[in-house]
Design a protein around this ligand. Sequence first.
Ligand code: URP
Ligand code: ZN
Ligand code: ZN
Ligand code: ZN
Length: 479
Amino acid sequence: MPEFDLAIRGGTVVTASDTVRADVGVRGGRIVAVAETIADAARVIDASGLLVLPGGIDSHVHIAQESGPGIVMADDFASATRAAAAGGNTCVMPFAVQPRGGSLRGAVDAYRARAEGQCHVDVAIHMIISDPTEAVLGQELPALVADGYTSFKVFMTYDDLVLNDRQLLDVFHVARRQGARVMVHAEGYDAIRYLSDRLERAGETAPYGHALSRPEVVEREAAHRAISHAELIDLPIVIVHVSGREATEQIAWAQARGLKIRAETCPQYLTLTAEDMKGLGPDDGSFDPMAGAKYVCSPPTRDVASQAAVWSGIRRGIFDVVSSDHCPFRYDDPQGKLNPRGRTSFRWIPNGIPGIETRLPVFFSEGVSTGRISLNQFAALTATNHAKLYGLYPRKGSIAPGFDADLTLWDPNRRETIRQANLHHGSDYTPWEGFSVTGWPVVTIAGGQVIAEDGRVLSEPGRGRVLDRAVDPAERRDA
Ligand code: URP
Ligand code: ZN
Ligand code: ZN
Ligand code: ZN
């Protein structure tokens, strides 16, 4: 019997800390050796000229999530994880949403049941807490954390999810005691409603109104408030999908004060702008204001100056993770972006854009290929730090003996143009249609198995598992 099930030969292994010419040996789904040469393997993959990266971990995706009356998310677990695999990812983290008035445990169990047997890549489930009752904070949440659901998101806006300041503080307190990781959607609910009402009264109902209803100050104020609450409770939080200069400045300020504030951004905030929501065609003079709905996400995309500020934050280490915030709706669909109410006002356009398959190529191209960040920063921001933040390290997120054999073989020189026709998600468009990239995932390996090769997904649904996690005991701190 050969010593290894699989050898990946001749590639350049990239981790958050090192870039080395090495072979990788895999046995039983795990990495067992990283060495100058690995002979004696049942299967050999030639990675000459390629980078061997930790498989992408996308710690912020929405899959088959309840999205309001008459609205249906465009991906189930099979299609979202198929797209993830094709895009070089080996683990994704979606959200089970507690309905108002409902049980958190019930939501998590039902969501997990939908995922089991459907996934191409491994999945770890975050929770969304929309109704922090005594029963939820006193019993359900501690029990769920103990059962391996160690992270959750809270919202400072959205009618059916928003928590007020007292609720945020109570939730933060319980998270501190349980050692759970809290993600915060920082946008101010009342300011958004005030601005939306005014825009509607002025007849500004087209998709671009979405950008006007959520200017940067709305995000900056909420980020500052979340940071202040986290300081009061002494809780490390993650401010997710940071969109621009103003919120980035708040986080930099908090970190400079020694507060444990972590941050996430997404490719859309680095490559798209609010102008996209105006529905202007590329260069052909076409104009369809409703086409702007394709780009409606929250927080909204900003401008070129804000993109530069977020890039600068990435380079300065203010951001820990780059996620997709994949939140797919179909565009030309009465249950999607162009639902009947959405046609009457931006307020009813479901928020979110698809990006699970394009995250890595867009970020690599704009980050590494342009020289803005190093290969090691890329590995940290797209895999290692996700695993560390959310309790998957040292099982996932790096390339060393003992880690799951989750790897992406990457061609740094390959040029491609992103086309909806080539993607695997359930949405009917991509915001990056026609976007040119340099750098492309050519083989995705999960648990030592090739699950995608050159845009073809080879795995069966059910290969990926739903992972349980454990909190770091040092993070459990009572007050
Ligand atoms: O617009 C977005 N991002 N929708 C997804 C939900 C969220 O807030 O992340
Ligand atoms: Zn959010
Ligand atoms: Zn999201
Ligand atoms: Zn306490």
